[in-house]
Design a binder for this molecule. Structure first.
Ligand code: PAF
Length: 279
């Protein structure tokens, strides 16, 4: 049975009991609307920890668009039922006042890796993520934390922050879970129309084609221009970015001379799609 906890004081007591018995605690931070992508993180946490906490908190600080925050899907009862099936020990679902009580005045800001791509198109987004993730690490006291590679830049921001601040948690990145047709699972996919949903897997297909071409020696700029043209012709747009970057620092790369990643953010209908793959 998954216990639902809303107060950090109660969670701290629970975790202290576990830790006194020498248990390793894993946390999967989420904003709810759980799908198979999240559940793969939960399963990884289950395998690699003695006790598992899943957090659900739709973090207002990381939304720079109030409409996106208002429309973010929420269904705690459904999420809880899924967590029960995976044997999750605790669902930590604090309210906004628990996370940001009156007088809250601190912001965690990671420079460098936070700045390009999502950081440029969603000002303040990663400050919101870094701040809430720091709080969730403090509240859960977990020894391991599981994040999806779907949000590749977020994963690198969290890794940088944990290293810089000596936060005693091991960050585990887990592969993106895709539908059979290649579409990366996302809570936002439910907002695609039937036609848009049919077109959506092309994003991953074109990223793969571009990565293969780059591996075969095609200049990245040419491979990405071809992908952008094909996707735009299929109805994708407007474009935020389609780029090859260093996998760790997110600095621009012309050639895959170090581990590299292709990262894309593009509109499809009313939905902003993001995806990334290794080169
Ligand atoms: O990836 C998410 O769902 C969120 O950015 C996170 C890590 C839970 C922080 O709110």
């Amino acid at each position: 049975m998954t216990q639902v906890i809303r107060s950090s004081a109660e969670l701290r007591e629970k975790v202290a009991t576990w830790k006194r018995s020498g248990m390793l605690v894993g946390v999967v931070p989420t904003m709810g609307a759980l799908h198979d992508g999240h559940m793969s993180l939960v399963r990884a946490a289950r395998k690699q920890s003695d006790r598992v906490i899943v957090t659900i908190f739709v973090n207002p600080m990381q939304f720079n668009n109030s409409d996106d925050l208002a429309k973010y899907p929420r269904d705690e009862a459904h999420d809880l039922a899924l967590l029960e099936t995976e044997g999750v020990d605790v669902l930590f679902a604090p309210g906004v006042e628990e996370v940001y009580p009156a007088g809250f005045a601190t912001k965690v800001s990671v420079s460098g890796v936070s700045e390009p791509l999502e950081g440029a198109f969603r000002p303040g987004h990663f400050d919101g993520v870094a701040t809430v993730v720091t709080k969730l690490f403090g509240m859960t006291q977990a020894g391991r934390a599981f994040f999806g590679e779907k949000d590749w830049q977020q994963l690198q921001v969290v890794r940088r922050m944990v290293a810089d601040l000596n936060i005693p948690v091991r960050i585990i990145g887990c592969p993106t879970i895709r539908e059979e047709d290649g579409l990366a699972m996302s809570s936002r996919n439910v907002r695609l129309s039937a036609d848009e949903r049919a077109c959506a897997p092309l994003l991953h297909a074109e990223l793969q084609k571009a990565a293969e071409a780059i591996r075969a020696g095609t200049p990245a700029a040419a491979a990405l221009a071809a992908a952008q043209e094909a996707l735009s012709a299929a109805g994708f747009g407007p474009w935020d970015y389609l780029e090859m970057r260093s996998a760790e620092t997110l600095q621009p790369l012309d050639t895959p001379c170090e581990p590299a990643r292709l990262l894309a953010a593009v509109g499809l209908g009313a939905v902003r799609m993001i995806d990334n793959i290794a080169v």
